[in-house]
Design a protein around this ligand. Structure first.
Ligand code: ASP
Ligand code: MG
Length: 449
């Protein structure tokens, strides 16, 4: 079997839902289980509605109601579907009234509130699939075995779920039924609705895929997959055909917003491939995330990212060479000031590190000045190359060639412990040029068209 997850933009309106239906229909023989997000921006709209109820005592679900009811009409669904959705809309309205009266929105209530988005979308999508003769069955996550802890807005699933999910879904699949399951939500042991955190339906999908021993988890989005670079920066950015889980996680951390690192964890445990596909361009191959790349890829580099607004701190010991405990002194100062560090390069008497510019460094600098000379430089950027670190000499040689050609000074380098990334620091203002230059060098001249 396979898991097919569709995000909000792939379910934004009646037309998108019809489109989703075509995609699912073409893969029915692979026994799909579907996992859905809320339609379009429904989750944000639910939170906005709560805010309005809380602050202005105004109860308005017009936008949410219009979208869902109009979609039911557009798709020409049977009366039964409307009868399923109306009571949920009523329940939502009552909840908002409650929030405005109590003047309080706890995390528990927030999870109950946003759960309506996914509960609407699976009912409408399943009804549509039935209308085109696919035996689909809408399910709330708890009916599919999802039990979580009570850490509202960021709940974690119980181990139990791994057993319960196949118990709930296998009989349906055996009966030729297509389960259409709410992503993002679960229930705790007390029966309260919880959520796995914003964007959590990817994780719902990978959990189901891992628990079911699926052949693959398909994640349908509105981009062609993981790209070689940020397309706003590099016009010629193109989808990466295949990456490892580690590479994908590094990319997510350094700014490529395709899949959250946590979303991949369940599939990493079971080596289940995750395929990122574009529902707006289903013929594009997408990106396959796997545990090991089948053969050494011809290109040493998979993708590039950059992060701006970074601060570089150079720290040089004021004591004698070889002073023991110097690094310990440096790091305990960071810890005392609650500052987290990204990149590090060190020698016996000096250490350079990078921080996000959000940190306030006043007291920290004073503290550190007792054991070291401290030089703080703002306005830096980290450029990260994700690739085959077994070929780091080649990668670096080419990177330095590009920087030298652009007259850009590389200010610090480090190779990540995850063995897939090489990062270096340049001035903020030069990051764009460097990434463009590197892209051209590693991936070739811009393609036609
Ligand atoms: N609908 C939820 C959100 O917008 C979950 C998801 O889309 O993954 O965060
Ligand atoms: Mg969403």
């Amino acid at each position: 079997m396979i898991v097919m997850k569709f995000g909000g933009s792939s379910l934004a309106d009646a037309e998108r839902i019809r489109h989703m239906g075509k995609i699912v229909e073409s893969q029915l023989s692979r026994k799909p289980v579907m996992v859905l997000s809320a339609m379009g921006d429904t989750t944000d709209q639910l939170l906005e509605a709560a805010d309005l109820a809380l602050k202005k005592k105004k109860i308005s679900i017009k936008k949410i109601k219009d979208l869902h009811i109009n979609t039911i009409y557009d798709l020409k669904l049977d009366k039964k579907t409307e009868k399923e959705i109306r009571p949920l809309l009523e329940e939502l309205k009552n909840l908002l009234t409650g929030i405005s009266l109590i003047r309080e929105l706890t995390d528990r209530t927030k999870d109950y509130l946003v759960s309506f988005g996914e509960r609407f979308s699976v009912r409408i999508a399943a009804a549509y699939l039935r209308s085109v003769k696919i035996k689909a069955h809408a399910m709330d996550a708890w009916e599919a075995g999802f039990i979580s802890d009570s850490n509202y807005t960021a709940a974690e699933l119980d181990k139990e779920s791994w057993k319960r999910v196949p118990e709930a879904l296998n009989p349906l699949l055996d009966g030729g039924i297509l389960p259409v399951i709410t992503g993002f939500i679960a229930k705790d042991a007390q029966g309260n609705i919880t959520t796995l955190g914003r964007g959590g339906s990817d994780r719902s999908a990978t959990i189901i895929a891992a628990a079911m021993g699926a052949e693959e988890a398909q994640v349908w989005k509105d981009v062609d997959g993981i790209l070689t670079a940020d397309p706003r920066l590099v016009k010629d950015a193109r989808p990466v055909e295949m990456v490892t889980y580690e590479e994908a996680a590094e990319l997510a951390y350094f700014g490529a917003q395709v899949l959250h690192p946590r979303a991949m964890q369940p599939c990493l445990k079971t080596n289940t491939p995750v395929l990122v596909k574009n529902s707006y361009n289903p013929n594009a191959p997408g990106t396959r995330i796997v545990s090991v790349l089948p053969e050494k890829s011809k290109l040493p580099v998979r993708a590039l990212t950059s992060r701006k607004n970074v601060t570089l701190v150079d720290i040089v010991s004021t004591r004698m060479v070889g002073q023991p405990g110097f690094l310990e002194g440096v790091f305990s100062t960071f810890a005392r000031h609650g500052i987290s560090v990204d990149m590090i390069a060190s020698s016996e008497v000096s250490v350079s590190l990078t921080l996000d510019a959000v940190n306030s460094l006043e007291g920290f600098k004073e503290d550190l000045a007792r054991i070291a000379r401290v030089d703080i430089k703002t306005g830096k950027a980290i450029v990260t190359i994700i690739g085959d670190v077994g070929r780091s000499s080649e990668i670096l040689q080419r990177a330095f060639g590009v920087c030298a050609g652009l007259g850009v000074q590389v200010q610090m380098i480090s190779q990540g412990a995850s063995k897939v990334n090489i990062s270096f620091i340049v001035d903020d203002t030069q990051a764009g040029l460097v990434v463009q230059g590197l892209h051209k060098n590693y991936f070739g001249e811009p393609r036609e068209g």
